[in-house]
Design a protein around this ligand. Structure first.
Ligand code: LRH
Ligand code: MN
Ligand code: MN
Length: 427
């Protein structure tokens, strides 16, 4: 038995009058600041972010995993849940697959099912950081940087397979994150390991179908605790620049050492024409994969500010592939995704509320306080009516989490989806 996805509007009726009043009063206040609420609503409606297939099941840590009832058991069921997220937010029309976690046996059938649900596919992610059952050679000592050419061959072949599956699904990019590195000084050659990674990437790059891009994703540590081969944006940029125009860097918000100024990294990559994609999440300590905006919402806003500037300045290379990359360990995965999209839409709306002319003037005249206050004015505005209005105009829900809870979707799925185990990250 299947049920219709939650009706985005059903839970909204009672709240609609209040929403209209809130929106009009905010629009009036923005008007006094020389801003048009409708323009911000349009900008929020342009924002789209992909949902990763692995985030629809409960995540885990290496200490344990606590799955909830009604989780998807198959890739098709994950698509059903992804469609719910899109229906309620209007902002997630594409799914990102992670192979081999979610390797479709029949890509054509999966593509057809996704299309029925109103979904397409975004960047595909390869995985050479784990050994899979039946795998011939081990990645224990690396994949693209492994000293043994046969292991490197196996890892490249896996990436070529991922590109092939992605092509069949209509995706147009591959994201490559490598766990390659070492736990102890002396374990690997710091220079040769990087050269090997570049050589392997060249092979994947050469096989990209027309119109495709390749994203290199960096991360400072974990699982390699002494030295990771692609550890920061500098290494990532070197790789992307060596590969060519269709290679760009991907910034995962959790992949920076503490106190890194991530918006600076974003600005640098944008300036170099090399910002290709984003993995959104939040963190307190490391690569915690918490809900975006849950720990450092101002930092998220400042990142969005750079992205909005890039859009306003019409940077020619700016075509970012946005994805959520979180591990939903404690919250219902669908609810967590709904909350995440809301947080991203809010950060986006606030970034569009910045008075850019005033900011530029304060920068030119060296008025430090007023420049900062211009950003704060935008960040401290309660932008919730704007994102609710953007969703309403997209036929989605004013309040996606409320709509999801009212629908009883999870309870219905709990009765329907029994006896399955989903593949989960972190275990
Ligand atoms: C690595 C990472 C990378 C992987 C995903 C599962 O920490 O961010 O993007 O593909 O997690
Ligand atoms: Mn990531
Ligand atoms: Mn990560």
């Amino acid at each position: 038995m299947t049920i219709a996805p939650p009706d985005a509007r059903a839970a909204d009726d009672a709240a609609l009058d209040d929403h209209r009043r809130d929106y009009e009063s905010l629009a009036e206040r923005l008007d006094r600041r020389g801003l048009r609420a409708d323009d911000v609503v349009d900008a929020v409606r342009r924002f789209e972010v992909a949902v990763p297939s692995w985030a629809l099941g409960t995540g885990g840590t290496r200490f344990g995993r606590f799955p909830g009832p009604g989780e998807p058991r198959t890739l098709d069921e994950k698509l059903e849940d992804a469609a719910v997220v899109h229906r309620l937010t209007g902002a997630t029309p594409r799914v990102s697959l992670h192979l081999p976690w979610d390797d479709p046996r029949d890509p054509d059938a999966l593509k057809a099912h996704a299309a029925q649900l109103g979904l397409g596919f975004d960047a595909v992610n390869s995985n050479t950081f784990q050994d899979q059952q039946g795998q011939r050679l081990s990645y224990k000592l690396g994949s693209f940087s492994h000293p043994d050419a046969a292991v490197r061959r196996q890892a490249v072949d896996h990436n070529l397979h991922v590109v092939e599956v992605g092509r069949a699904l209509g995706a147009e990019a591959i994201t490559i994150w490598l766990a390659d590195g070492s736990n102890y000084p002396g374990q690997m050659s710091l220079r040769r390991s990087f050269d090997r990674v570049l050589d392997c990437l060249r092979e994947v790059y050469a096989a990209l179908p027309a119109g495709w891009r390749l994203f290199t994703e960096h991360k400072p540590y974990e699982p390699a605790f002494y030295a990771t081969v692609v550890q920061d944006w500098g290494s990532s940029l070197l790789l992307a620049q060596s590969l060519g125009d269709r290679a760009q860097c991907l910034v995962d918000l959790g992949h920076h050492l503490p106190n890194t100024n991530i918006e600076m990294v974003v600005a640098r990559l944008l300036g170099a024409g090399k910002l290709g994609g984003f993995h959104f999440n939040d963190s307190k300590y490391g690569d915690d994969d918490l809900t975006a905006g849950s720990i450092k919402p101002y930092a998220l806003f400042l990142v969005f500010h750079e992205l909005v500037l890039a859009e306003r300045d019409r940077l020619p290379s700016f075509r970012p592939a946005y994805m959520i990359d979180q591990s939903h360990n404690l919250k219902d995965p669908v609810e967590d995704l709904l909350q995440t999209v809301d947080q991203l839409q809010l950060a986006c709306a606030k970034a569009w509320l910045v008075d850019h002319d005033a900011l530029a003037a304060h920068q030119e005249s060296g008025d430090v306080l007023m420049a900062e206050r211009t950003l704060k004015d935008a960040f401290e505005t309660d932008a919730r009516p704007l994102v609710a209005e953007a969703r309403r105009r997209a036929g989605a829900a004013l309040d996606p989490v409320r709509a999801f809870r009212t629908s009883g979707y999870r309870a219905t799925k709990s009765a329907e989806r029994v006896g399955g185990i989903v593949e989960a990250r972190g275990l």
